[in-house]
Design a protein around this ligand. Sequence first.
Ligand SMILES: *Cc1c(COP(=O)(O)O)cnc(C)c1O
Length: 342
Amino acid sequence: MDRVNTMIDLTAYPRVALGHLPTPLEPLPRLSATLGGPEIWIKRDDCTGLAGGGNKTRKLEFLMGDALNRVAESVITVGALQSNHVRQTAAAAARLGLHCEVVLTDKVDHREDAYRTSGNVLLDDLLGAYVHVVKDGAASDAKVAEVRERLRAENRPPYVVPIGGSNWVGAIGYVNCADEIEAQARQLDLRFDLIVHASSSAGTQSGLLAGLQALRSRTQVLGVNVDSKDPAPLVTRIETLTGALTGRLGAPEVAVERIRINSDYIGSGYGQPTPEMVEAVRMVSEFEGILLDPVYTGKAMSALIGLIRTGGLDSRTRRVLFLHTGGYPGLFAYTEALRTGR
Ligand SMILES: *Cc1c(COP(=O)(O)O)cnc(C)c1O
């Protein structure tokens, strides 16, 4: 991969090289042509290289840097049964020789057997993580506390990675991504009006917004909410995280108008398939040979497609960058939902 000239100095933050960076930034000519809207490009953060890749790899470079700095010998993290974050954390721990225990909440009402046996949950096991499955958030908190105490007693100091890797330390990974995108755009001599991506635990969107702010970029960011029809909790999280990041970067605060969330494409809830998601996954596969995922990127792309078709994008939006945040192992947990019978 060609090196890029980034501008933001992140050397103050302990970091472990885990990703294949920079990730490619490519045009999507056939998808753009069939939609007849703005030019669509893609940032391939599905190609970060860590056991199937995805956006958590960039966050884990800084989280694992922090863990090693604190002399942790074990890692604990949490997520949904098909969490991509948990899979990438398990891979990072394996790579660094850290013991890893993960607490998965079986909260998505999706009835396929594959949801509980294949995709990410299979990979967590292959990657050597100790998997605990619980029923809800309260049980997850209790299990994390229990595992943490046990690991302390066993003299294996644990480092707890929050859900989605989304504290300010993890979000620095997406400050770095914003910097990389701007550097690649300069190299290609083009400018993006809008970045669209799936948003859930706020780290990705916060890091992007803070990084763009530090660079004084005018590129807008639209997060597609895959968690809830109510954007308020996500906006609050993003305000907190961007505040923590811009403070550290010496950048002006991110104005609340720049925190843009679309919550119209979630369907009946987190991890629940929608016909628009299935169409988006199939379109990007068939037109561009790129695999999205059913929980995050499929819904984010369904939003972009929907907004283009209904004239919902600002008419000055000429060039859009879709940030591919990864997740393809999730396809194998949704085989029945995705099959068309052709
Ligand atoms: C975690 C995840 C996201 C959401 O990123 P956040 O930083 O949690 O908002 C998007 N896409 C995929 C594939 C993910 O695994």
